[in-house]
Design a protein around this ligand. Structure first.
Ligand code: SPD
Length: 274
């Protein structure tokens, strides 16, 4: 048994006991797979927990479904990051979706996920899915006016992912969306990563007309409190529409009630972004 600690801030860590630890060094990062009693398998990239078998549904459902439900008819979906496949799996639950493009910079994350996280990566080879091993920033340059929904399933804004949280990047996202397009981004922990959270929302607001921030619970992420930001130029993402679509989607976290009250977020968080 070994104790693994993710140093979430300079002063706070998350420590999990692991029965087994596997380390793979890819071209881009250190990938660790922990086998734990409490969370099942845990995927760690450069020291930060990305997903665990036990709580991944909390993150992936909240990241993916609100954007797809708010879009009038999502057919073309792009996921940037998310090589573990959790967001792909959730996006494919929407019947109108015809193609899902996954743009992941590190192919090794996909291989590791397919080997150790079959329940998360189960749909990566679905016929509707096309995988691009590319830098998201470059990828968008070549795809203008194409997607209905773009999902930013990135790691934290440190190192290579930093650029994915900047105004210049969100402008590219906007130009890759077609009419009625919606973007959703994971925007960090408002409680323990206030600076990253506020900055991401500020940059998104510079680019899109309609922006909505919501929160959810992910036990293995900093403070267990996570944020997501929806944005569009055509669809008022704050409108509470199409909630009956959830009837046809199997979920464990989000339901009609939660979706209807998606933007009922704590007051201190509203104050940070107003
Ligand atoms: N602090 C970790 C944030 C990770 C967010 N993305 C995770 C990707 C899982 N699909």
């Amino acid at each position: 048994m070994v104790w693994f600690t993710e140093y979430q801030t300079e002063n706070v860590g998350l420590t999990i006991k692991a029965k087994e630890v596997k380390t793979i060094n890819s071209k881009y990062q250190e990938i660790i797979v922990l086998d734990t009693e409490e969370f099942g398998k845990v995927l760690v990239l450069d020291g930060a927990v990305q997903t665990t078998e036990k709580d991944e549904f909390m993150y992936h459902e909240m990241l993916v479904h609100p954007a797809l439900i708010k879009h009038p008819q999502p057919q073309r979906v792009l996921i940037i990051g998310g090589g573990d496949g959790g967001s792909v799996r959730e996006a494919l639950k929407h019947k109108s979706v015809e193609e899902v493009h996954l743009c992941e910079i590190d192919e090794e994350v996909i291989f590791v996920s397919e080997k150790y996280f079959p329940s998360i990566s189960s749909k990566l080879r679905d016929e509707k899915v096309k995988i691009f091993i590319e830098d998201g920033n470059q990828f968008l340059e070549e795809r203008k006016n194409y997607y209905d929904v773009i999902i930013m399933d990135s790691s934290d804004p440190i190192g290579p992912a930093e650029v994915l949280f900047q105004e210049s990047f969100y402008k590219k996202v906007k130009s890759s969306l077609r009419k009625n397009g919606i973007m959703v981004a994971q925007t960090e922990s408002p409680f323990l990563q206030e600076k990253y959270f506020k900055n991401a929302v500020k940059e998104i607001k510079k680019v899109f007309k309609y922006v909505g921030v919501y929160t959810g619970f992910v036990p293995t992420y900093p403070a267990g409190m996570w944020s997501y930001t929806l944005a569009s130029d055509d669809v008022n993402v704050l409108d509470n529409v199409n909630k009956d679509r959830l009837d046809n989607i199997e979920t464990k976290y989000i339901d009609e009630y939660l979706y209807t009250n998606l933007f009922a977020i704590p007051k201190f968080i509203k104050n940070m972004i107003e």
